[in-house]
Write a new protein. Structure first.
Length: 471
């Protein structure tokens, strides 16, 4: 984006604003309210249509600006901005920060010049209409996008981040579609504010090609007397959302980790009580529910509810040595697929995958879970593995060598796994997590061995620090 060329208060005289636009050779002025949030825009077209025949030059710009104004967030993806400007025939779009304050301007011609021709060809496929059919088309376009980025040597964690962003956007649009439907059916708006959250790889920003559903609701508190009415409304919404996500291409979760399950649909106070209960009981069920939940992230609704719950979880778990020890014990069955003399440990008890490496159970999971434990212990609120690695390094928990080894390990394992999933899809096979060692060249085998060794060292360290076991 470029810097915002002209930013003015809504009470500024129109003539003054037009003069500033001319002086700075700008194409528009962004208009802010008393809180400095963007509230409108004055374009050349507005000047011609609304001001050209007015004799009063001190007309406040708020009276002639275009409002509301379409914007893009500064941390959004370029393809979203391009698609939106093309769809609504906009030459430029203001860029705002999280508080809604203008921080820059994006021009369509500049954005198109920055995007590769292959990316532009994908934009229409990735921004279909907000129907189940349209979003199914977006989901199917992800494989081509992943292949394109993979061929361009984009780091796989970056590809995962983009795939997750697209998936979260689909989730958001499915929720919005069903909110409209409920209102049109006379069932009204949400009875209380809520946040729709995703968990697991979606919460960490680490989706591969075909994640299933892991979602829930955080509801604002309401009187107990209203429970039947309010919960029934959100059950209806949850059933519609999970049904449409399944139709789009996010299969129902076999473990029932969905907002239709009351375990994952609670008020903010109930969520805090449930988490506190998990921390006290620490039985197998509580530990596994915690393992699923701790990577949650909001993708729609009231962000303050999710932020409040994230702060509660971070504070409650940090330094809770007994709980972290039990979490480690529950996860310790997941080890790396590396045996004596650097030989791979392959699947033996599954005829369909005999001789392969389960890259999820014996690769990503041991790393993700160990880094999560260290991050929780240190009170680090980040959810993505890469962000946790960086924050642990910044906090002095990981030295430079450990940080490099583990970062490279994560990149190598995700590289091998994503390539296999793309190949499986192209060959018409089931897309899963299994890679045969024979598909790796000598360099890749060596790098995968090094990755597993780095994770094994991490597992040994975490076991010693969390459990006190030396051997």
């Amino acid at each position: 984006m470029a810097a915002a060329p002209v930013v003015v208060a809504g009470g500024e005289p129109s003539a003054t604003v037009v003069a500033e636009i001319v002086e700075k050779s700008a194409t528009a002025a962004l208009v802010t309210g008393p809180d400095a949030r963007l509230c409108g825009i004055l374009t050349e077209r507005d000047v011609v249509r609304r001001l050209a025949f007015r004799a009063v030059s001190d007309t406040p710009v708020r009276d002639v600006m275009t409002a509301p104004v379409m914007t893009i967030a500064e941390d959004d993806y370029l393809y979203h901005a391009i698609a939106r400007m093309r769809r609504f025939k906009l030459r430029h779009m203001p860029v705002v920060d999280a508080a809604g304050k203008p921080v820059g301007m994006l021009h369509l011609d500049t954005a198109l010049a920055a995007a590769s021709s292959r990316m532009v060809s994908q934009i229409d496929r990735l921004t279909q209409e907000g129907t189940v059919h349209g979003m199914r088309e977006i989901k199917s376009a992800q494989v081509d996008l992943a292949q394109q980025l993979f061929d361009d040597n984009v780091p796989v964690p970056t590809i995962q981040s983009l795939l997750t962003h697209i998936n979260r956007d689909i989730h958001r649009r499915v929720v919005e579609m069903n909110l409209r439907a409920l209102k049109e059916e006379g069932k009204g708006d949400p009875p209380v504010p809520f946040a729709f959250i995703v968990m697991g790889s979606g919460g960490r920003g680490e989706n591969f090609l075909y994640p299933d559903q892991d979602n829930g609701f955080i509801l604002d508190d309401y009187p107990d007397a209203d429970h039947s009415r309010i919960d029934a409304w959100f059950i209806d919404l949850a059933e519609r959302v999970t049904r449409d996500l399944d139709a789009v291409g996010f299969p129902y979760c076999n473990g029932y980790v969905m907002a239709t399950n009351p375990v994952w649909r609670k008020t903010i106070s109930q969520w805090k009580g449930q988490v506190a209960g998990w921390l006290r009981r620490r039985n197998t069920v509580a530990l596994r529910l915690s393992d699923i939940f701790f990577d949650f992230r909001s993708c729609y609704g009231a962000p303050d509810l999710a932020a409040d719950l994230r702060a509660f979880v971070t504070d409650a778990v940090a330094g809770n040595a007994s709980f972290l020890k039990d979490m480690y014990r529950d996860d310790e069955d997941y080890g790396v697929a590396l045996g004596w003399f650097g030989r791979f440990i392959t699947v033996k008890d599954d005829p369909d995958h005999d001789g392969t490496i389960n890259m999820k159970h014996s690769g990503t999971l041991p790393l993700v879970q160990s880094i999560r434990l260290l991050a929780l212990r240190e009170g680090i609120p980040a959810t993505s593995t890469c962000d946790r690695l960086r924050d642990l390094h910044d906090a002095g928990v990981l030295d430079a060598a450990e940080f490099d080894y583990l970062t490279n390990a994560f990149q190598e394992i995700t590289f091998v796994l994503l390539r296999q999933q793309i190949d499986d899809f192209g060959a018409g096979r089931n897309v899963g997590n299994y890679v045969h060692p024979d598909t790796l060249n000598e360099r890749e085998r060596d790098e995968l061995v090094d990755a597993f060794k780095a994770i094994k060292r991490l597992l040994d360290r975490v076991r010693g620090e969390v459990t006190g076991d030396v051997f």
